[in-house]
Design a binder for this molecule. Structure first.
Ligand SMILES: *Cc1c(COP(=O)(O)O)cnc(C)c1O
Length: 429
């Protein structure tokens, strides 16, 4: 039988770190990654045949659970008719209509193939439309891996860094020039802007430095500060979009940006991103306007079919169910840590659940880093994994309960968490 170790050894020879995205390599938790053979609903099975209850769910790309039959049928139907044409298709119009219909204030979208492309292109649009150069981002917010946004970014980017540093730029190969117009400020504090700022990009709920909710008044403050100086406000909803609510973060939090970016959920597990705004703003994009952006596989027939199938199933009831599931998980985890006497905070925002060890609930990246520096996450992660529960292999990620997670799955999770926490308290982990 091929083992995880065998595949990882082969992978390490032909791919840097054995993976195609760094956090998958388990470097911040230690050990060998599980190679997934298949997923069904809330579960994944690795190539050794071990089944895991999965809270990664492709970092939120999968909201219905894995291999949902309706989504698979949509992909099969689309695939039979050809996988890419380089010409417009009905699927693109259908998905664009579904997005525009759900997001109040967004009149047009451009489909791309990843969240990174969406934010990178939206920044270009904001600069083109305003004629200004500066962009403002928040420490610990992750917006994909384009050069200008690789400054004090969250998620896997942090793990590549010495934890003592929030260097700018975050990555070798990003020139000082590429981030010279990127201003980085702490999350949850409204910065004072001036008229050199084209756009403020923000995760309306931060989900790449653990889970950090916006303080009351933060997003409202950003909205009015942007208006004061004529800067655009961009919500990076690559995680929040169509997860917090049918209308995304702007519906959930009642603040409306000028530009939206989406990804993950809207591709139904295939590569899709989107950025959008008013008709007037989007008229700046080629072929109508001077801001160039294109893509051979943009609006791909399989991806648009999968995305549309998912959005169709995300009813108001579905969001209520997701939120109930997340609440059951958060409550159970809080109880598990409290009973064991392990200091931990378990924030929940809508259907997203976070986990911070330590006494404080972080409000920004400094707080998140202080929690991570306690070094408890790897112990918890491996305790859970040994019992068949897969959390993200990094302390800066969040948990993504899906619509396929049943109450019994959640209860098993919190029972296991209770015994792992007890072992941690006893020093056995
Ligand atoms: C995942 C993510 C991205 C990048 O999306 P990719 O599809 O991985 O390129 C951008 N912004 C946020 C908030 C994300 O969580």
């Amino acid at each position: 039988m091929t083992t995880n170790h065998d595949l990882f050894t082969r992978g390490l020879k032909v791919m840097p770190g054995g993976v195609n995205s760094p956090v998958r390599a388990f470097r911040s938790v230690g050990g060998t990654p599980n190679f997934i053979a298949e997923g069904q609903g809330a579960f994944v099975t690795d190539i050794e045949g071990t089944v895991f209850l999965d809270y990664v769910q492709s970092y939120g790309a999968s909201i219905l659970g894995h291999a949902h039959p309706v989504v698979i049928a949509a992909i099969e139907n689309a695939a039979k008719r050809g996988t890419t044409f380089g010409a417009p298709t009905a699927g693109e119009v259908n998905l664009a209509e579904a997005l525009v219909d759900r997001i109040d204030g967004m009149e047009q979208v451009r489909l791309v193939s990843s969240g990174t492309e969406a934010t990178m292109s939206a920044i270009r649009l904001a600069r083109g439309a305003t004629g200004r150069d500066k962009i403002v981002k928040f420490v610990g917010n992750y917006h994909g891996h384009s050069d200008a946004l690789l400054a004090s970014a969250g998620s896997g980017v942090i793990e590549g860094l010495d934890l003592g540093e929030t260097a700018t730029p975050d990555s070798a190969g990003v020139t000082a020039g590429a981030v010279a117009d990127t201003i980085v400020v702490p999350y949850n504090v409204v910065p004072t802007l001036d008229e050199s700022v084209a756009v403020v990009i923000v995760e309306p709920v931060a989900a790449n430095m653990g889970l950090i909710a916006p303080r009351s008044g933060f997003l409202e403050g950003l909205r009015s500060e942007c208006d004061r100086v004529g800067a655009l406000l961009l919500f990076d909803e690559v995680i929040c979009g169509f997860r917090l609510a049918r209308g995304g973060a702007s519906e959930f939090l009642s603040v409306h940006p000028d530009l939206w970016c989406f990804g993950k959920v809207i591709g139904g597990g295939l590569p899709v991103g989107a950025y959008g705004g008013s008709t007037e703003l989007m008229a700046q994009i080629s072929p109508l306007g001077p801001v160039y952006q294109a893509g051979t596989l943009s609006g791909n027939p399989l991806a648009t079919a999968a995305g549309l199938a998912v959005l169709d199933l995300l009813t108001v009831d579905a969001y209520q169910q997701l939120e109930r599931t997340a609440e059951r998980l958060a409550k159970g985890l809080r109880r598990a840590f409290a009973d064991a006497g392990v200091e931990a905070r378990v924030p929940r925002v809508g259907p997203l659940v976070g986990l911070f060890f330590g006494p404080e609930l972080p409000l920004d990246f400094e707080g998140a880093r202080a929690s991570v520096s306690l070094g408890r996450y790897p112990q918890f992660f491996h305790g859970m994994l040994d019992a068949g529960i897969a959390l993200a292999p990094g302390p800066y990620e969040v948990m993504f309960p899906s619509l396929a997670h049943q109450d019994s799955d959640i209860d098993r999770t919190t029972d296991v968490a209770a015994s792992v926490a007890a072992a941690m308290a006893a020093g056995a982990r």
